[in-house]
Design a protein around this ligand. Structure first.
Ligand code: 5AD
Ligand code: SF4
Length: 472
């Protein structure tokens, strides 16, 4: 862990009541998906009496924003809590306190059990209730609290705007949650239980958030949702808007030059969204579209509600609309009943499509999901061998994709300083990290870069001559 913490900017402190030294410190750590990272920022924004620290031992308040998607992720929280408890004890020995909050999906799923297993925890709060944190903190002086009921009010109406300067500190790329929850009930997945039913935020609220971010220098927005392409929020005309229409509107916001969205379900890839990849230059030619498996039998057992041909057809239509689109996916190996032939069908699908990147996992039976109760659970050593084989293929494809970039020129949004002092780093349209020798003043700019080399995790490029000369 990095033992430094960022001092707040002067401007950031100007409108606050306490001098910096007297203000309380928040250590917040997020696990799992990008929506958790977004939620952690919103929690930090809500807690206006606290400044963030990267140093656990000086924290007055510790929040672990947890992930429940696989067993490993959930169990990790309890080992992390052991470390936090030791820090709390050390502080108490010095006459100072530390409140400990467990938020996120483990909080939602385990509730009281967390208080039972870890006596140092003060508050357990689910992902739909974290807007109540300031009040929960006040109440927690009297007793330990679990707040995991699905809130009736819309939490987004109760969130705070970032303090002045905070958005700039967070950089030129921002996440915005537009949709939450899931009604699909894939048989392996805890999300419908931890995040609840599908909900789309109204267009006007998303637009206002994006406009605020753009005014603070944000250039790229990633729209987030567990089923983001099922988005159907209320538009200004009182009717539901699709994700395609939302993207078209957000692309008009001055300053926003790049849009992405994640995570999608194949069944919600409608014609309008496919067409948006052809028609909207701001919509990046990169799509994370999880397929999970390549065999019809396994897809049916997973309750994915589509077969392999439907997925191949969507990919073909996307490529027809946007020939340079790069694809990414999630895969699960060793789902109950998966035979060697089923697994081969997954490898075959991967070979047919060719992915630019991917995440792949061994099936992890999650309590309360139908998959956990299914017969024919696959042996651990079989899962391990299949995962290794799949990952080797996906890695080969990723490297081939990166190598195919050499000699090409495309736009890079520069986000931060690079690995070496004279370098800056940004992302390609296909989400690859790109390192370029250029001055820091270009951070925030989108400029054409010619790729000259590909490493295992980054591309290396040079600014195209005109831009390098003008410094624009
Ligand atoms: N076991 C393994 N992987 C899972 N995922 C979701 N639930 C499980 C599980 N029980 C994976 C899926 C999903 C990604 C976010 O996590 O591939 O798309
Ligand atoms: Fe989970 Fe995604 Fe399936 Fe919903 S669509 S149940 S979030 S894997």
């Amino acid at each position: 862990m990095d033992d430094t913490f960022d001092l707040p900017l002067e401007a950031d402190l100007a409108d606050r009541r306490e001098p910096a030294a007297l203000r309380k410190k928040l250590f917040i750590k997020s696990y799992g998906c990008q929506m958790n990272a977004y939620d952690a920022q919103r929690m930090s924004d809500l807690l206006v009496d606290f400044d963030e620290t990267q140093l656990l031992t000086e924290a007055d308040l510790v929040i672990l924003n947890t992930c429940h998607i696989r067993e490993k992720a959930a169990e990790k929280i309890f080992s992390e809590l052991g470390k936090v408890r030791a820090a709390k004890r050390a502080r108490r020995a010095n006459g100072r306190d530390m409140k400990i909050v467990v938020a996120g999906c483990v909080a939602q799923a385990e509730g009281e059990e967390i208080l039972r297993r870890q006596s140092a925890v003060d508050i357990v709060v689910g992902p739909q209730n974290y807007h109540r944190l300031p009040e929960l903190l006040r109440r927690s002086d009297e007793s330990r609290i679990v707040d995991t009921d699905f809130a009736i009010e819309d939490k987004f109406d109760h969130l705070a705007k970032p303090a002045p300067g905070k958005t700039r500190e967070r950089g030129v790329c921002a996440f915005v949650t537009v949709q939450e929850g899931c009604d699909k009930f894939c048989t392996f997945c805890v999300v419908p239980y931890t995040r609840g039913a599908e909900f789309s935020r109204p267009v006007a609220k998303i637009l206002a958030e994006v406009e605020d971010l753009a005014k603070e220098g944000v250039k790229e927005i990633s729209l987030l949702g567990q089923n983001v392409n099922a988005y159907h929020g209320e538009g200004p005309d009182g009717r539901p808007w699709s994700l395609a229409r939302l993207c078209a509107r957000l692309a008009e916001v001055p300053g926003i030059v790049r849009l992405r969205y994640t995570t999608s379900h194949p069944n919600d890839m409608d014609e309008a969204l496919i067409a948006a990849h052809r028609d909207l230059p701001a919509l990046m030619p990169y799509l994370h579209l999880p397929v999970q498996a390549g065999s019809d039998k396994v897809l049916a057992a997973m309750n994915r509600k589509h077969g392999r041909d439907a997925y191949l057809d969507i990919i073909a239509r996307l490529r027809a609309a946007r020939p340079d689109i790069a694809l990414s996916s999630d895969f699960i190996v060793g789902f109950p009943g998966e035979s060697e032939a089923d697994f081969e069908a997954t490898l075959d699908l991967v070979r047919r499509i060719g992915f630019a990147s991917a995440f792949s996992f061994k099936y992890s039976p999650r309590p309360g999901t139908p998959g956990a109760e299914m017969p024919d659970q696959v042996e651990e050593k079989v899962k391990r061998a299949r995962l290794a084989q799949l990952q080797a293929l996906l890695e080969e494809q990723r490297q081939a994709f990166n190598n195919s970039m050499i000699g090409k020129t495309f736009s890079v949004l520069f986000e931060k300083k690079g690995r070496h002092p004279d370098q800056i780093a940004g992302r390609s349209p296909y989400l690859q990290s790109v390192q370029v020798t250029a001055p820091d003043g270009l951070i925030g700019a989108v400029l054409p870069v010619e790729i000259v080399a590909a490493g295992s995790n980054s591309l290396f490029g040079r600014l195209c001559a005109a831009e390098a000369g003008t410094g624009a």
